[in-house]
Design a protein. Structure first.
Length: 491
């Protein structure tokens, strides 16, 4: 849950004519960043208190006016979670509407099952030109693995590569390739003089725009998967020096006590050293990567507007998972903490989605496909999805929506080291390694206090547990067969 600080902007009233105009099937553009902490986006900081907005120091921020404009002109979700907050599982879930264990990708570097139906396959079947540009991570171990043979509905996948966080790409007569090599001549993560044409974010955005330009007279869908701001934390000039003047403080949760650390993170935290010298340059470059992403989002939005595609195109901005960036003595992802599992999710669609709207209802990546297909006019086309069609919340004219919905997310393994039930305010984490932890995200946004044994929270804990069990039964989650969970799940 990302708590609101500022008053909501009042909605403009939509006329019946405007709502009816949404009948034309829209285009779809998905901007998908990697390992992206939502606090680095201005529109998300606007939903937080100052203490939560500036955990690395007062005024320490990166401005993101173009991504912010998507939220101003569209809808922002404050409680959107990766079904499993790790790269490949989250991607499989977003594409299919399934929990990752049902896709063959419960963890990284596993190939997605051949029979998985994706939203791209639905759109291709409806006559859309479809393309995927950037990191895929659903074809096993291949690295980089350009243009996998299995396309899953993305007919143009020339610039799809399986995995890796390369910083420089080039086009060749034989197709795209990594533009940096190591001493052995193998593709490397080096910058190697990357510029505004060859740096990964720029290169992939330009190829996405090329695809839209070539297909602008027909319905199109393009998913651009940018490898930044995932590490290595390096970025091209001039973004590599723009934030060197900032002093990054350690987040307050770096100094929490052992009693405030659940067993499902203690091993990770004990192995992490937040080195001051590394932190400063690493954080500065992370901010640089985010600003470069924002500038490229501006480039895309400008192209859509110039080509009169803006009103007929749904633009989605989201990420596969977050990055803890020092919170709780941790970095990266894989845990149910907010900045690991909760990600930005913004939808702009002028013909059907009201501007400056905030949805506080909890949602996960499993809900993306069913919801988006309905918004596009193809309701019910992902019948096997575990997720729910929530398009009506996006279409609602209310400035703020909250259905008090409960969702659940899980760790990577089939038998899941932890599972979590989450509403817009509460989070219950069950684990094979510890007693239950119940967070009150309104009272304790830093997630330090365990309310699981507080009698005042007994009814809340039961509601979260019951809802999680019901959803697990629907999706046939393997956790239901694990003895270690039965005492917590009470079934």
């Amino acid at each position: 849950m990302i708590k609101r600080r500022l008053p909501l902007v009042l909605l403009s009233l939509f006329s019946a004519v405007q709502w009816a105009a949404a009948a034309k099937t829209p285009n779809l553009v998905v901007i998908y960043t990697d390992e992206h902490n939502f606090r680095t986006l201005g529109c998300y900081r606007d939903q937080l208190s100052d203490a939560e907005s500036f955990i690395w120091g007062e005024g320490v921020k990166v401005d993101t006016p173009h991504i912010d404009s998507l939220a101003k002109e569209g809808t922002l979700l404050t409680s959107f979670y990766a079904a499993t907050p790790v790269c490949a599982p989250s991607r499989a879930s977003l594409l299919s509407g399934l929990y990752p264990y049902a896709t063959g990708v419960p963890q990284n570097n596993m190939p997605m099952n051949d029979d998985v139906l994706t939203f791209a396959q639905v759109l291709k079947g409806k006559g859309y030109a479809t393309s995927y540009v950037g990191k895929w991570h659903l074809d096993g171990n291949a690295k980089p693995g350009w243009a996998p043979a299995r396309k899953f509905g993305f007919e143009d996948n020339t610039y799809m590569y399986n995995r890796g966080h390369y910083k420089r790409f080039v086009d060749t007569p034989q197709g795209p390739k990594v533009g940096a090599v190591d001493k052995k001549g193998l593709p490397s993560y080096g910058l190697n003089g990357a510029d505004e044409k060859s740096y990964a974010t720029d290169f992939l955005m330009d190829r996405s725009i090329d695809f839209i330009r070539a297909n602008k007279d027909k319905p199109f869908c393009v998913m651009m998967s940018l490898p930044d701001p995932h590490g290595p934390n390096t970025v091209r000039a001039p973004y590599d020096t723009r934030f060197n003047h900032l002093k990054f403080d350690s987040p307050a949760t770096m100094f929490k006590s052992e009693s405030e650390t659940p067993a499902w993170v203690s091993q990770k935290s004990s192995n992490f050293i937040w080195a001051q010298a590394l932190k400063q340059q690493s954080m500065a470059n992370y901010f640089g990567m985010v600003q470069l992403i924002d500038d490229n989002v501006g480039k895309l939005l400008g192209f859509l507007k110039e080509n009169k595609l803006e009103k007929d195109t749904i633009v989605v901005f989201t990420s596969d998972h977050g990055d803890l960036m020092g919170e709780h003595r941790l970095h990266n992802k894989g845990l149910p903490y907010e900045t690991s599992a909760c990600v930005a999710f913004i939808v702009k669609y002028p013909k059907a989605v009201a501007p400056s709207k905030v949805i506080r209802s909890a949602m996960t990546t499993t809900d993306f496909g069913p919801t988006m297909m309905n918004l596009m006019g193809f309701e019910g086309t992902l019948p096997a999805a575990h997720g729910v069609d929530l398009a009506d919340e996006f279409r609602s004219k209310k400035a703020e929506a909250n259905t008090d919905r409960i969702v659940y997310i899980r760790s990577t393994e089939y038998d899941s080291r932890w599972v979590a039930a989450i509403s817009d305010r509460y989070k219950l984490v069950l684990s094979t390694e510890d007693d239950p932890w119940l967070f009150d995200l309104e009272k304790d946004p830093e997630e330090l206090v365990n309310y699981a044994l507080d009698p005042n929270y007994a009814a809340i804990r039961k509601e979260l547990t019951d809802s999680m069990v019901d959803q697990m039964k629907t999706s046939n989650d393997p956790v239901l067969k694990i003895d270690a969970y039965k005492k917590w799940l009470e079934f």
